[in-house]
Design a protein around this ligand. Structure first.
Ligand SMILES: Cc1ncc(COP(=O)(O)O)c(C=O)c1O
Length: 347
């Protein structure tokens, strides 16, 4: 690649796209520069734009809502299921208006949203569905890969993701050849062929160097995800009865545990005790979308989405990555137990 100066949409991008499409069990993958771009370009390629309402979850990473706004549409937030924290289908249906054009379910923490119910709602109301699979590479819903169920899906290759590159990257995937062609043109100045610009497109291409990185990592993704699942099972076993709420995985999904998120009433106290014991934690995400200043006044205010809001004050992400060792899992679990008990710190 370096010798050929094959730096823009080179062979590595095409090869990665074929391999990633096969991995996702779809016909087309289009490499783009981020997950945020992937959501926006998928919506645009499906014809979603100004004047349209797009329903998504109130507790997602803010980029989901931003991508909807960037496409020119209006994000309509709804609350989530209290057990899985993924979008509640009955609330999606209640939020539909004559302007609704799309649903963007988020496969939060690596667990697919309730796709059968959502696809059924979409079919009955003539809506399109773009899966935000930015946290769920390789997950399955009733045997089908995350990303292969909606009309299109978006993935992020931000370094911390289950499939991450050495910088920013993302992909749109779809079975629909026309949507694929439009997304492919949009990412490259709206040009389906050189110097022929059919729409006011963007420069949102997946970098060829990043494609080369993520291509190699893709070969090991199922193995990495199996390690994450093993780690999650260990946490679930060790933390049972410890006095924190454990993440709930549906039987019909294959969760890929991008994050392992517990809930505790005194979340901040627990986080600081874990920090003292040398256990790094995170909060994904501390402020739901409707409480972000960026959307102040344009979406319903405090108290509107009680499940998302309540969870935001209790959630805590424990260390989770494929290389986590058994002793580290045991140490983190013991540190949680000690903190909840009020016993002396482990260090
Ligand atoms: C659920 C979700 N949606 C969208 C994004 C945006 O992806 P990116 O950071 O690659 O733009 C991310 C990750 O950052 C995410 O976790």
């Amino acid at each position: 690649m370096l010798e050929r100066c094959d730096f823009i949409l080179g062979g590595e991008v095409g090869a990665f796209e074929s391999e990633f499409a096969a991995f996702c069990e779809v016909r087309h993958a289009i490499g783009v520069d981020s997950g945020t771009s992937a959501i926006e370009l998928a919506l645009r390629a499906l014809g979603v734009g100004p004047g349209d309402e797009v329903i998504t979850a109130a507790n997602t990473f803010v980029a989901t809502a931003f991508a909807i706004s960037h496409a020119g549409a209006t994000p309509i937030l709804v609350d989530v299921d209290p057990r899985t924290l993924t979008i509640a289908p009955e609330l999606v249906e209640a939020a539909i208006t004559p302007r609704t054009r799309a649903i963007v379910p988020v496969h939060l923490y690596g667990q697919p949203a309730e796709m059968d119910a959502l696809m059924d709602i979409a079919a009955r109301h003539g809506l399109v569905v773009v899966e935000d699979a930015c946290q769920a590479h390789g997950a399955r819903y009733r045997g089908r890969r995350a990303g292969s169920i909606g009309h299109a899906a978006a993935f992020s290759f931000f370094p911390a993701k289950n499939l991450g590159c050495y910088g920013d990257g993302g992909a749109v995937v779809t079975d629909d050849p026309e949507v694929a062609d439009r997304a492919r043109a949009l990412r490259n100045y709206g040009a389906p062929r050189k110097h022929h610009h059919e729409s006011i497109g963007f420069n949102r291409r997946l970098d060829t160097l990043q494609a080369a990185v993520v291509r190699v990592k893709l070969r090991n993704l199922d193995r990495y995800n199996a390690r994450r699942r093993h780690n999650a099972q260990e946490y679930l076993r060790l933390l049972e009865g410890v006095g924190v709420e454990l993440p709930f995985a549906e039987d019909h999904v294959e969760h890929v545990w991008h994050l392992f998120v517990i809930q505790a009433a005194d979340r901040d106290g627990l986080a600081s005790r874990l920090g003292e014991a040398g256990v790094a934690t995170g909060i994904h995400y501390p402020v739901p979308i409707h409480l972000q200043p960026a959307y102040a006044g344009s979406v319903p205010g405090p108290g509107s989405f009680p499940v998302a809001e309540g969870a935001a004050g209790r959630i805590l992400s424990l260390p989770m990555f494929p290389e986590l060792e058994q002793a580290e899992i045991e140490y983190a679990a013991a540190a949680v137990a000690a903190a909840v008990d009020g016993s002396p710190s482990l260090v």
